[in-house]
Design a protein around this ligand. Sequence first.
Ligand SMILES: [Zn+2]
Ligand SMILES: [Zn+2]
Ligand SMILES: [Zn+2]
Length: 114
Amino acid sequence: MAQEKAAKEGEWVQILCAFCGGTGKNPSSAAKCPACGGRRKVGVRTPYYQCAYCQGSGASGNMTCTVCKGTGVVTLDGPVEVCPACRGRGRDMGSPLRLSCPVCEGKGVVPSLA
Ligand SMILES: [Zn+2]
Ligand SMILES: [Zn+2]
Ligand SMILES: [Zn+2]
């Protein structure tokens, strides 16, 4: 889960929208991308981590990922560690539908207690 920290913690940065890949368009229709609203970039607060649930794609089927809302990244304050329940996959491996992990809510990381 090593994510390069390009900015200081708590800073807002603009990253390329994962759902549309920076095109600003909804990949499955001609409409505006629902994740970035056509702006091609989304603002996230550092530190951020790749969304485990969609593996950073921002998509869940044709829809935006419910965990990261299409941005491809999730934010969590303070030190984090890989979610012990899903081992960082972000999915409930015990459920046939592979729903988002109830412990980390699909993020794949949880606040570190250390
Ligand atoms: Zn977008
Ligand atoms: Zn996601
Ligand atoms: Zn988990």
